[in-house]
Design a protein around this ligand. Structure first.
Ligand SMILES: C[S@@+](CC[C@H](N)C(=O)[O-])C[C@H]1O[C@@H](n2cnc3c(N)ncnc32)[C@H](O)[C@@H]1O
Length: 297
C-alpha cells in the first residue's frame, strides 16, 4: 500500500484529496453515513488530526507534520484493509442535524426518516397533537432522540431486542439530555408494550434477505447482524410490525416504516394494504406510511 510518508509537509486539504484518491483506488464501499470518497476522507483526516468537523476554511490550509501524517495514514490503512466504515473509526455521525455517538454495537444512522422528523412529520400529522411516539428497533437511538428534539412536547418509547444497541442509545440519550422524555426498553418488537398506544409508530427494522445478506460489501460485516438480517425474504420484522402496530396506535395515528430496497417484496406480500411511499428531497426511499385505520388500529 502507498504511504503518505516522505512527501513533504502537506496541508489538511492536500491530505484529504490524497486520501480520497487512495480510498477510490482501493474500491472501498461508501454508504454508511457518507456516500463518496471525499467526505469519507475528510471525516477520517480531521478525526485523525483532532480537528473539528465544522467546515471552518482556516482548518484546511493548515500544514500537517509527520506525526499527524502518520495518524492519518494509520486510520486510512484500517479503513482500506479492514473495511471498517469511517463512522465506526471516528465514533461519531450526524442524523437530523444532531451528533450521535456510534460504535459497532449499533447500526450506523442513515435513515431518510431523518428528513421527515426534521419536518415534524408534516404534512402527515399536526405536530401539536403528537403526545406519544414509539421507535421500534431504536439501535443508536437516533430516530427516538431526533423525534424528542423535533417535538419537544412528545414522550418517546424506544425499544430494541439488543441490549448492546440499547447501551449505545443510552449514551446518546444522556448526550442529548432527553432522559426525561425518551424511555429505552428491551423488547422483542411490541412484547414489552402491552396496552401502550402511540400517535406515531416509526421503525427502521432489519430488512435484508438471506441471499442479499451474503452479497453485501465487507463494510456491512462490522454492523450487528441483528440490525440487518430479517429472515429468508427480509420481511420477518416488517410482518410482525404490520400485524401488531394497529393495536398500539391511537385513533388518527401513523405507522411509518423504512423497508429500503425490500419495497417491491413488501408490495407483493401485502397487496391489499394501501401503502403511501414517501419521497425525500435528500435522497433515499423505501419508506411507507399507513394510518391507524389502514393497519386496523
Ligand atoms: C436497521 S437497525 C435500525 C437502527 C436505528 N433505528 C437506525 O435507524 O439507525 C434495526 C434495529 O432493530 C433491532 N431489532 C432487530 N430485531 C428486533 C426485534 N425483534 N425487536 C426489536 N428490535 C429489533 C436491531 O437490534 C437494530 O438495532
Amino acid at each position: 500500500m502507498s504511504s503518505l510518508k516522505g512527501t513533504g509537509l502537506p496541508t489538511v486539504l492536500g491530505l484529504i484529496d490524497r486520501c480520497a484518491r487512495r480510498l477510490r483506488r482501493a474500491g472501498v464501499f461508501f454508504g454508511h453515513g457518507t456516500d463518496n470518497a471525499r467526505d469519507d476522507s475528510a471525516a477520517l483526516v480531521l478525526h485523525a488530526l483532532g480537528l473539528p468537523q465544522t467546515g471552518d476554511p482556516a482548518v484546511y490550509s493548515r500544514r500537517v507534520g509527520p506525526r499527524g501524517v502518520r495518524s492519518v495514514d494509520e486510520l486510512i490503512r484500517r479503513r482500506i484493509e479492514e473495511r471498517i466504515p469511517a463512522v465506526y473509526l471516528t465514533g461519531e455521525t450526524w442524523f437530523a442535524g444532531l451528533a450521535f455517538h456510534v460504535d459497532p454495537r449499533a447500526l450506523i444512522p442513515r435513515s431518510p426518516i431523518a428528513e421527515l422528523i426534521e419536518r415534524q412529520f408534516a404534512p402527515w400529522i399536526d405536530p401539536s397533537r403528537v403526545g406519544r411516539i414509539l421507535d421500534v428497533g431504536t439501535g443508536s437511538g437516533c430516530i427516538a432522540i431526533a423525534c424528542a428534539k423535533a417535538l419537544p412536547r412528545a414522550r418517546v418509547d424506544a425499544v430494541d431486542i439488543s441490549g448492546e444497541a440499547l447501551e449505545v442509545a443510552a449514551i446518546n440519550v444522556r448526550r442529548h439530555r432527553v432522559g426525561k422524555r425518551v424511555r429505552l426498553l428491551r423488547s422483542d418488537h411490541f412484547s414489552a408494550l402491552r396496552g401502550e398506544r402511540y400517535d406515531i409508530i416509526v421503525a427502521n427494522p432489519p430488512y435484508v434477505g438471506r441471499r442479499e445478506m451474503s452479497g453485501l460489501p465487507p463494510e456491512y460485516r462490522h454492523e450487528p447482524p441483528l440490525a440487518l438480517a430479517a429472515g429468508r425474504d427480509g420481511l420477518d420484522s416488517v410482518r410482525v410490525i404490520l400485524r401488531e402496530a394497529g393495536s398500539h396506535l391511537r385513533p388518527g395515528g401513523l405507522l411509518i416504516v423504512e423497508v429500503g430496497n425490500t419495497e417491491a417484496a413488501v408490495r407483493r406480500a401485502f397487496k391489499r394494504l394501501p401503502f403511501l411511499w414517501l419521497e425525500f428531497e435528500r435522497g433515499g426511499g423505501g419508506v411507507f406510511l399507513l394510518t391507524a385505520d389502514q393497519v386496523g388500529g
